[in-house]
Write a protein that binds this ligand. Structure first.
Ligand SMILES: Cc1ncc(COP(=O)(O)O)c(C=O)c1O
Length: 385
């Protein structure tokens, strides 16, 4: 008997999601209805923010937050090169320049000292990313005195070092709800903030520039269709109801991975950093860094042959051809990021993953790395494995 395939990620959806989504379908009000505000209020309360605006994706939320921070053509926005490409693209949407700075080798988040060195008179905002759900060093970034937009797309459930839920600090913080995230609305996002005037602007710009008190087809500013439907918000409400269970499930699977890696004694494989200084990770993915000298893409292929999905996560943004060609970025500029990006793979990770599935993943990786080691020993002199 062969083992069932293990997915890379899988949302937990049940009867409550069906019930709330069906209620919206039966109501006939599929968009601009009551579920949007309800989802926003529940979400804001969960992270300790004063307001929240639900939007069509994490990307659209980041875009609106960048606009609300006043970023304009020719400005510079300092951000991490080790992230999903959207966190840099949103500056480009406003014809600003994404300025990268290197990352911390432990947390993998934007390094505050490197970010500070990148500040110029054109810097209008900082866009730190809570990569893989580990909170960035916000005390350090706040000391710069610049507007901040937090990319919290991967960080629901995280807590800052020193306390407080991620999303509950004063600046706009953006979360995302694609199906691999801690909660999902299919596609979707939300911008948390503490300023009612910012919320008003976000609400207008997500709805084609129409203020809440304005009539249909009346628009007083440039806007977009970045709305989140009532169907999606109903799904989000049901997901929020089970959030603590979902987060506990992810934390349990992360602990299982740590145990399995410890007993497999896989030399040179680096695991996600431990929580320190009171910070809590909002577990999103389980990304490991392979030993130097191992070909990461070969490992991904060899795992796939063993029916274990994995993916390179993340490639360095500044090395994408668009960023090289448009902004002149090149290899060697952010050595920590480049080293980590060349060695990182995301392993299967979802709240209901079983101990047996985790054991299969780790055993397969051990098998693949031993094979790599053997072939390297045959073909070369000393190996880093
Ligand atoms: C760090 C980060 N930023 C931004 C986004 C964009 O979110 P979305 O895919 O919902 O647009 C993601 C989504 O994966 C992300 O991981």
């Amino acid at each position: 008997m062969t083992d069932a395939p293990i997915p890379l990620a899988r949302p937990v959806l049940g009867e409550r999601e069906e019930e709330l989504v069906l209620a919206v379908l039966r109501s006939g009000q599929l968009s601009l209805g009551p579920r949007v505000g309800e989802f926003e209020r529940l979400f804001a309360a969960r992270v300790g923010a004063r307001c929240a605006s639900a939007v069509s994706s994490g990307t659209s939320g980041l875009h609106l937050a960048v606009r609300a921070a006043g970023v304009a053509a020719g400005d510079e926005v300092i951000t991490s090169p080790f992230s999903f490409v959207a966190s840099a693209n949103v500056a480009v949407y406003e014809r600003a320049r994404p300025v990268f700075a290197d990352i911390d080798p432990v947390t993998l988040n934007l390094d505050p000292a490197a970010a500070r060195a990148a500040v110029t008179e054109r810097t209008t905002a900082l866009l730190p990313v809570h990569v893989f759900g580990y909170p960035a060093d916000m005390d350090a970034f706040e000391s710069f005195g610049l507007p901040i937009i937090e990319d919290a797309c991967e960080a629901l459930g995280a807590r800052y070092a020193g306390g407080g839920e991620v999303g509950g600090r004063r600046h706009p913080a953006v979360f995302a709800f694609y199906a691999n995230k801690q909660i999902t609305t299919g596609e979707g996002g939300i911008v948390c903030c503490d300023d009612a005037a910012v919320k008003e602007r976000l609400d207008s710009e997500r709805n084609q520039g129409r203020a809440p008190n304005m009539d249909w087809l009346d628009h007083d500013r440039l806007g977009f269709n970045y709305r989140l439907s009532d169907i999606a918000c109903a799904l989000g409400i049901a997901q929020l109801e089970r959030l603590e269970t979902l987060l506990a499930g992810r934390r349990r699977v992360a602990a299982l991975y740590r145990e399995a890696f410890a007993s497999a004694t896989l030399q040179g494989v680096e695991l996600p950093c431990e929580e320190r200084d009171g910070a809590r990770r909002g577990w999103f993915v389980f990304v490991v860094q392979l030993p130097r000298g191992v070909d990461r893409d070969d490992v991904v292929r060899a795992l796939a042959e063993r029916a274990i999905p994995s993916k390179p996560y993340f490639p360095a943004i500044h090395l994408f051809s668009y960023y090289r060609e448009t902004f002149g970025y090149r290899a060697g500029q952010f050595p920590v990021c480049e080293d980590v990006a060349a060695r990182s793979i995301a392993l299967p990770f979802f709240p209901e993953m079983t101990e047996g599935q985790v054991a299969r993943v780790v055993a397969a990786l051990a098998d693949v790395l031993i094979a790599c080691h053997a072939s390297q020993s045959l073909s070369t002199t000393p190996s880093a494995v």
